[in-house]
Design a protein around this ligand. Sequence first.
Ligand SMILES: Cc1ncc(COP(=O)(O)O)c(C=O)c1O
Length: 388
Amino acid sequence: MHTETLLAHAARTTARAVQSVNPPLVRTSTVVFDTLQAYQQAQRGLVFDAPRYGRSGTATTFELQRAMATLAGAQGCIATGCGLAAIVAVLAAHAGPGRHVLLSEGVYGPTRAFCEQDIAAAGTHIDFFPHGADIAPYLRDDTSLVFVETPASLTMEMLDVRAVCAAAHRRGIPVAADATWGTPVFFDAHALGIDLSVHAATKFINGHSDVMLGLVTGSLDALAPVRAWCDRAGTHAAPDACWLAMRGLRTLAIRLQRHQASALAVAHWLQSHPRVRRVRFPALPGDPGHALWRAQFSGAAGPFTFDLAPCSERAFARFIESLALFSLGTSWGGFESLVMPAVPHLLRAHAAPAHAARLVRLHIGLEHPDDLCADLAAALATSADDDA
Ligand SMILES: Cc1ncc(COP(=O)(O)O)c(C=O)c1O
């Protein structure tokens, strides 16, 4: 079955019971049982996606989890309150005194902050490896998890997921990936060897900029410590968010095709603009990560980053604020185009390079790409005037 067909038909089991095409939104705190035996079985939590108590999910949650697991080619899925909560659950489930967690250098800023400020403070050793490095020398006897993100947040470097997984698995170490950028539609994380694939469903999966949600897919064995941690910490998702994300999931494959076509059109246009030094988008031939992207992804919908030639703070603000179709905001993956200044050195270990070009992160929404290019052209022209 093609992905588009799967997404249209997945998760409609509970819908049939209420003679609807959409699964009903089941909101409940209390789950009730007819027999003591059924109650006791549910409380033991042996069935992965059976209702126990509202906090661990309702029929709505389990429909989304099953749809996502099917899409990702995984045995199971766990929904959490937001993408960061999913990342935290995966990291915390593998952390602890005497354990070592290895991460790729370009992980999402709050992922690094949680490691440095929380799990490290609680006795877990953490290390970061540069994208492109052989991870074998970084692995230790006490390494409990390798966590990667590809491409890197903001700077967009790729890494060889197969090589990372092979090196970690040789030593029996699981690998988790923040796979938000690719989604399961463009990035078959589990086929490449990833054990736990983490998604901020807040982004493309929901796609309508009105939900916070995280999803983790994997085998039931790989998910077991994450599920147990979510049960202890109470970080499962609300059914309302799952219901909305299910609606987003129906059109994910179609939306991604349009996001991809428009992102490529805008990226190509930017490449030929005299004030643009470089466009960082692995889907572009000539990008240093292009070969790895081709080998590991079947598409790319962005977001991407570009290096604007050095300019004054005033001219930079003028550029951002003159954009009419790109709103200034930190998210991405929704129907609307967004812009934000990318400041990776604030998130990484290294200092800001002197006289650095200014990095701009764009999410290309569902507007017509010609209108978006015209908007960028006008804002660049306005800010150039300002600089003169
Ligand atoms: C790559 C990546 N992972 C995770 C997250 C966190 O997701 P959420 O905002 O749903 O917590 C984000 C948010 O921007 C992100 O860009």
